[in-house]
Each structure stands twice: as C-alpha cells, then as structure tokens.
Ligand binder design. Structure first.
Ligand SMILES: [Zn+2]
Length: 378
C-alpha cells in the first residue's frame, strides 16, 4: 500500500536533494531531524512515484556504505524572471527547480507588460539556446516589484509600475511564452520569491525568518514553517510604506508622507546624493569610494530600516532577519540595521536572533520561483 507522506516533508526532501545538500538516507535523517523509519517511508514513496532513484556507492564513513539518492532527471525547463524598474534578471531552471543559467537585461517597466514580457521571452530564448536547446517549456514564473494579489497574481496599485495596475500577468505570460492553458504560471511579489529562494539556499532551516529586499524600494516577507505568510489578500510585507519617525515627512511615491521608502531605500539614497536617476550600481560605487558624507547617509538609511523593523521583531520573535536586495551588499547598511534592532528590541528577542545579509544573493528570487514552480509541475 502506498503510504501518504506530509507535503512539507516531501517538499523539504526534494529541495535538499535538488540543492545537493544531502545525498543519502542518513544525510536526510540529520537534515530533517526525523526518525530513520520516516526517511525510509518518504524515500520509498518518492522512488515509487519515479521522482527519485537510489543507486551506486556513496562516501564511506566506516560500516555500511551509503547508497546515493538522486532526483531523476525530468525532461523540460522552467522560465523564471525577476523584474525591476530598469533591469530584468531572467533565468532557466531544470524541471527539478535548479537554476542553470541567468542573464540580466535592461528594461523600462513603465513601458507596460507587453513590451517588458517581449524582452523577457527573447532573453529566455537566448539562454535556452545555449544551455538547454530543444527542451520543452514546462512552467513560467515571474517576480514583480509591486504588490501582487494571491491567489490570482493580479497587481494591485503598484507605485512604480504605471500601466500595470489590475492587469493579469499570468494571461500575458501564457501568451508571450506560447504556453497552453495547462502550463503552470506563477506570478509573485519579488520580496516573497526572494524570501523563498533564501529559505531554500539556507537548507530550509526551521524557524521564522523576516526577509527584507532593500533595493530601489523596500519589500519584505515573513517565512514561517517553510511557507510564505501572505495575509488575507496576499499583500503582506509591504514595509516600504510604513511611516517612520525622523523621516522628514517627505512625499512618497504612494501619495503618503514619511514612509520608510523616502529615507531608507535606494531611491532615497539616489535623491540624497543629488541625482534621482542614479541606479543601484552608481550608489554602490559612491559608497565604495568611501566618501564620508555618503557613508553617513547609508548608515542613517540602515538605522531607519532598523526602526521600522523593531516593532515587527518584538511582535513576531523571529529566528532570523535577513537583508537581501542590492543594498545588502553594503556592510554599513546591514550593520546599522542590526545596531538599531539591538538598541530598539527587547534583549530577550535579540538574544538568539540572527541579523545578517542574504546568502542567496542576486539570484534569490529566481531560485525561489524555481522552487515554487517545481512543486506545481512535478
Ligand atoms: Zn509610501
């Protein structure tokens, strides 16, 4: 009789194997912290499903040599893309979700979905031509820099995406990629996709994680029990429009005043540096040059992010606050956020709290989309 196994255990097992973090049943026992009999049941079920195979001889650690577990190569590829205001990062994943190739291309998100997805499909075709020619497309995932409704994937009042409000990107994507009605299409917010990517790269550690995507704007996502916390309409995590003290009451892109975005984002730093059209790379260069005025600005931006997160940390008591996005490569920004959290939170909250920069890096959202899609195509 085939035994049913919990979906999360199945998912964790597949992710651990896909990432290469585990290669045997005993590795799985250690990584999942479950009984060997549970691992045996999961492995047996996945082998019966044809998803997994067990063969060969692994590293000997004395005693019986472990057999190697590996995912069966599934035919086909997944297209994934993360859109920013001026750039798109496009990637190709194997059907198992592992990222196999990426390319960054310039776009203008304000040009609207038709033009932007045209660039994305062209870029994907180029990547596929070099890493997986002739393979069937089995799913498409896109991460957008604005609030995305869940389920449904509609964009809701995006401040930086004129012409996108209320459109159904899933429909556009199916058309643009020539997928049939049955092809899985996932549309998610960029911070949510990146948070899941970070969770996967961190070997799906247990515990609750607040992930911050600090780029032109500031997005956030809570990952709890391995799942994205979405909230009632799917719009959770929009810290960029949280009002913060000491913000100078500047007008925000959302129409309100004094939002975190006006003081702690890449857009705010560009404005403070005197050229609002500066991109994130220009800001990195200015900080890298060590100009004390610029470093002070970045430190203050990081501190204000910390102010906005203090209440969240006290309320949620997470195990980790992870800062991703372009600004996370600036040590001074991450250190200032950390300092403010230590200063503003209850000591009992920060005692075992990890506050650090992302380990998944710029591919976090693409890795997350591959992971989310894998579950819907396998
Ligand atoms: Zn705002």
């Amino acid at each position: 009789m085939p035994q049913s196994i919990p979906a999360t255990l199945r998912d964790q097992t597949l992710s651990l194997l896909a990432s290469g973090a585990v290669t045997s049943r005993s590795d799985l026992v250690d990584a999942l912290r479950v009984a060997p009999s549970t691992v045996s049941a999961v492995v047996r079920r996945l082998i019966e499903e044809g998803v997994l195979e067990e063969e060969g001889v692994g590293r000997s650690t004395g005693g019986r040599r472990p057999r190697i577990l590996r995912l069966r190569e599934t035919e086909g590829v997944l297209a994934v893309a993360e859109l920013g205001g001026k750039h798109a990062r496009v990637g190709l994943c194997g059907a198992g979700g592992a990222l196999r190739g990426t390319e960054e291309v310039p776009i203008d998100i304000a040009a609207g979905p038709e033009k932007v997805f045209g660039v994305v499909t062209e870029t994907f075709a180029r990547i596929q031509g070099s890493v997986a020619p002739g393979q069937t497309l089995r799913g498409v995932g896109v991460a957008l820099p604005g609030p995305v409704e869940f389920p449904g994937g509609r964009i809701v009042g995006p401040a930086r995406m004129p012409g996108w409000s209320g459109i159904d990107p899933g429909r556009f994507l199916s058309g643009a990629f020539g997928g049939g009605a049955g092809m899985p299409v996932i549309v998610d917010n960029d911070a949510k996709a990146a948070a899941i990517g970070e969770h996967v790269v961190r070997d799906q550690q247990p515990g609750d994680m607040i992930y911050i995507k600090a780029g032109t704007g500031i997005g956030a996502c809570l990952v709890s029990g391995g799942q994205i916390f979405r909230g009632g309409r799917g719009l959770s995590g929009d810290v960029t429009h949280v009002r913060v003290a000491d913000s100078g009451e500047r007008q925000c892109s959302c129409g309100s005043r004094g939002c975190l975005e006006t003081v702690a984002s890449g857009a705010a730093l560009a404005r403070q540096l005197g050229s609002p059209d500066m991109n994130m790379r220009d800001i990195m260069v200015a900080v890298g040059d060590g100009d004390p005025t610029v470093v002070t600005m970045v430190r203050q931006a990081g501190r204000l992010l910390g102010v906005a997160l203090t209440g969240l940390v006290n309320f949620l008591n997470p195990s980790a606050v992870v800062i991703g996005g372009a600004l996370s490569s600036l040590d001074v920004y991450v250190a200032a956020t950390r300092g403010m959290l230590y200063e503003g939170c209850l000591p009992s909250m920060t005692q075992s709290l990890t506050i650090e920069a992302s380990v998944a890096g710029p591919d976090a959202a693409l890795i997350g989309l591959g992971h989310l899609l894998r579950s819907s195509v396998s």
